[in-house]
Design a protein around this ligand. Structure first.
Ligand SMILES: *Cc1c(COP(=O)(O)O)cnc(C)c1O
Length: 791
């Protein structure tokens, strides 16, 4: 069958198989995979009367698809042997695919893992997103180590895995006038409209169903000016009427930060309007009534980015279907569920009311009514003394801003955080008044990751070992990993497990050499911090320890030392100055350390550019230490922490996000925890946190910071890291200096533990064995029992 297809493929190209280039092999495999998928796409979940999940997300960081699809279709081995016959390596062929980077980081990757799990569990679902022409920018480094951004045209038009669906086209209105026709009746006359075209990417579940990730694209045929893109003003802030082709041109590159740009609001509305219309079209086509919508459909909002879907559904029910407010609200408020992803004030979306009035005038009227109804409820629930505070907290409209998280809480039947500690903080710190007003609405669903991509596909050697020792298919039931717990002390198993880690480190060493020309010590600890750059994630805390270690080794050349390679990867938002300073500082320190002969084999720093899913797949299986060092209370969950721990890295982390649960499940003796806790940070702030004091009192810390300031790592330029140094000394909002001593001690604990290899390997095996709960299959089951199908 595949042989026949290969024969035909070669005939068309007038080539012999032996003459095919790697790219041609890729195209060939992609074609047969696509045919296999489209033959029975969609392959729906068995018909049930359960709800379908409509997962609305502005981001889906799906990563390369071909290898994943081959595996899910169960033909990976076949493809491998076919290629082997012609002297080709499937892994190399799959490297030809540029990952679609349609997301910034964790939030988008979570959406991708959840689609995989829903398809694998036969949970009926459609993912709704945007078909950006340019995904997240590509990252490179300039001559002084600064981040350089270029556009990521991911070859969308030649991307075989997708499927244009012209029959699903929608039309979306913007701006214009609203006529009040009396009696609660309004008519919106938009000033202009944009067409939305649907592109489906099949999500192929592991031995499961196939269902669409449906991506909407603004339709127009105007060309895109790449020069302007590189100038950074490609987002066209000023123009009143945005032409359709610009609308979905590019993903906004902010992670955990709102920019408040008009075009972004338009993207959000376009995404929601197309998706709501599509959901209703399918629902009504099945002969179901509007009142039955919550019975058959749930709309899960991935953060507040799709919050405008709530007033949009209301608008459609009121203005197009002529429902009364109460009836429309009864439908709406039983259909939406909202996932909160952050407590950071700068990331909580608020839109200027005048912007909404201009761009979405009908929606603002609806939001105003929602706000007024809420006012009555708050009045009724809270005493006169309590009211003012409660209204401050709960109002959807406040100080000329529309607060999107509030809109989501009010308009949803369920709200969840993404790790236990985060869900608790949502209730106690962010929304205490709502928690009292809407009892039973708040839940926790701890994030998870798909074991298909993050173990089976990225770590084939470990997968094989697990296959050998586990009864049953752990890829479908990750709790089965428990079966290897008794083997943690088994010398033979330890050796096998350790050898796999060593092989993976060799492979990564090769990648490092090829990408940045650095030859690393494969016997060193591979200490990994890979994630978006953000001050709260504190890559600069890691950096300060590296500098201090460097200084210590320089001062005591004879000192016994456990060799280390510090590996970084991650992007900063192009407009995030401080994060870019940190990137540049790491590169500056890396340059000095890596070229210092005294550090040979002892200390190295590798910053791999252009962090993305395919790079994560190479780094994670090779990691010994997983840096999860955010300030307690700031990282909602993290998922990188789960990927790394399951692949046998020891977590070096604060009690933040899912680290807390990872420590519980792995056992506290199998992680290294340091730093302030949520409570002690609170106390620190109450007492008045002054970072300078730590600088003054800790000589090691002072010397490290001074070296950043005095030009040691910036070719003698003392200004280069001035902003970073100043921030640490005078602001340090994320308490890096307060956690430095504790972090450094934790790093020494890591070194000590690593020297006892038997105990270390045992610990890493236990991490793999005990963390099956962090499968995204478990997360989806939690959504099913706690939210979607809650009795
Ligand atoms: C998992 C993942 C993330 C999230 O990492 P965190 O450490 O949880 O912030 C970001 N980007 C990519 C490419 C990932 O695979």
């Amino acid at each position: 069958m595949a042989e026949q297809a290969l024969h035909e493929y070669c005939e068309r190209l007038s080539l012999q198989p032996k003459d095919l280039s790697t790219t041609m092999w890729y195209q060939f495999i992609a074609q047969i995979s696509q045919q296999a998928i489209l033959q029975n796409f969609p392959k729906n979940a068995p018909l049930t009367n359960t709800r379908k999940v409509n997962y609305l997300s502005m981001e889906f960081l799906i990563g390369r698809l071909l290898g994943n699809n081959l595996m899910s279709l169960g033909v990976y081995q076949d493809a491998e042997s076919l290629l082997a016959k012609y002297g080709q390596n499937l892994v190399d062929v799959l490297e030809q695919e540029r990952d679609p980077s349609l997301g910034n980081g964790g939030l988008g990757r979570l959406a991708a893992c959840y689609l995989d799990s829903m398809a694998s569990l036969a949970q009926p679902a459609v993912g709704y997103g945007l078909h950006y022409q340019y995904g997240l920018f590509k990252q490179g480094f300039g001559s002084t180590g600064e981040q350089r951004e270029t556009g990521d045209g991911w070859n969308r038009d030649f991307y075989l895995q997708q499927h244009h669906r012209p029959e699903l086209q929608q039309t979306v209105g913007f701006a214009g006038e609203v006529l009040h026709c009396g009696d609660d009746r309004y008519e919106w006359q938009p000033a202009w409209t944009i067409c939305g075209e649907a592109f489906d990417l099949p999500v192929v579940g592991y031995k499961g169903v196939q269902q669409p990730l449906r991506l909407w694209q603004g339709y127009s045929e105007t060309a895109f000016d790449l020069a302007q893109f590189n100038d950074g003003d490609y987002l066209l802030a000023e123009s009143k009427v945005v032409d359709a082709s610009k609308l979905t041109k590019v993903l906004y590159p902010n992670d955990n930060h709102q920019e408040g740009k008009e075009l972004r609001l338009m993207q959000q509305y376009f995404h929601c309007a197309c998706s709501i219309a599509d959901i209703l079209r399918e629902h009504l086509a099945k002969g179901r009534s509007l009142q039955q919508l919550p019975e058959f459909e749930v709309i899960q909002l991935n953060d507040t980015h799709p919050a405008i879907a709530i007033p949009e559904l209301m608008r459609v029910l009121l203005d197009q279907h002529q429902l009364h407010w109460e009836d429309a609200w009864a439908i709406c408020s039983k259909t939406f569920a909202y996932t909160n992803h952050t407590l950071l004030p700068e990331a909580l979306e608020q839109w200027d009311q005048p912007l909404l009035a201009k761009m979405l005038p009908r929606h603002l009227i609806i939001i105003d009514r929602i706000n007024n109804e809420l006012y009555q409820q708050v009045k009724a629930e809270f005493s006169e003394d309590e009211f003012s505070q409660a209204w401050q907290e709960t109002a959807v409209l406040m100080n000329n801003k529309v607060r999107m998280a509030n809109l989501c809480v009010v308009g949803s039947f369920a709200v969840n955080g993404v790790a236990q500690i985060h869900s608790d903080l949502v209730v106690s710190d962010l929304f205490p008044a709502y928690a009292r007003l809407f009892k039973g609405r708040f839940h926790n669903v701890t994030n998870g990751i798909t074991p298909r991509r993050w173990i089976r596909q990225s770590n084939p050697a470990l997968s094989q070992l697990l296959d050998q020792h586990i009864q049953g298919d752990w890829t479908k039931d990750l709790e089965l990993l428990r079966q290897i717990e008794p083997l943690a002390k088994d010398p033979q198993f330890q050796t096998a497990y350790r050898q796999i880690k060593q092989q993976n480190k060799q492979v990564l060493a090769q990648v490092i050499q090829e990408t940045i020309g650095l030859k690393v010590n494969e016997n060193a600890i591979f200490d990994v911090q890979i994630k978006r750059f953000h001050e709260y994630k504190r890559q600069h805390l890691n950096l300060l320890n590296i500098i201090a270690t460097y200084q210590e080794l320089k001062a005591n050349p004879a000192q016994e030392c456990v060799p280390r390679v510090f590996i970084f990867a991650g992007k900063a938002a192009p407009g995030y100055f401080m994060a870019k300073q940190i990137i540049q500082a790491i590169n500056g320190v890396a340059k000095v350390i890596n070229s210092d002969p005294d550090m040979q084999g002892k200390l190295q720093v590798a910053f791999l550019p252009d962090y993305r899913v395919s790079l994560a797949e190479k780094i994670i299986p090779a990691a010994d230490v997983s840096e999860q060092i955010s300030l307690a209370g700031k990282e909602a969950s993290g998922t990188g922490n789960m990927k790394l721990a399951l692949n046998g890295a020891i977590t070096l982390g604060t009690l933040d996000g899912a680290n807390v649960e990872i420590a519980e499940y792995a056992g506290e003796e199998n992680v290294v925890i340091f730093g302030h806790t949520v409570d002690s940070v609170r106390q620190l702030r109450t007492e008045g946190y002054v970072s300078k004091r730590y600088y003054e009192q800790d000589e090691t810390l002072r010397k490290a910071i001074d070296a950043l300031a005095d030009g040691t790592f910036s070719d003698g330029e003392t200004e280069r890291f001035e902003a970073l140094v100043n921030d640490m000394l005078h602001h340090d909002y994320f308490c890096v200096l307060a956690d430095f001593a504790s972090y450094r001690q934790a790093q020494q604990e890591i070194a000590k533990r690593y020297q006892n290899q038997t105990a270390w390997v045992e610990s890493t095996i236990l991490n793999t064995a005990r963390l099956g709960t962090f499968s995204s299959d478990r997360s989806i089951r939690d959504y099913q029992t706690r939210i979607w199908y809650k009795a």
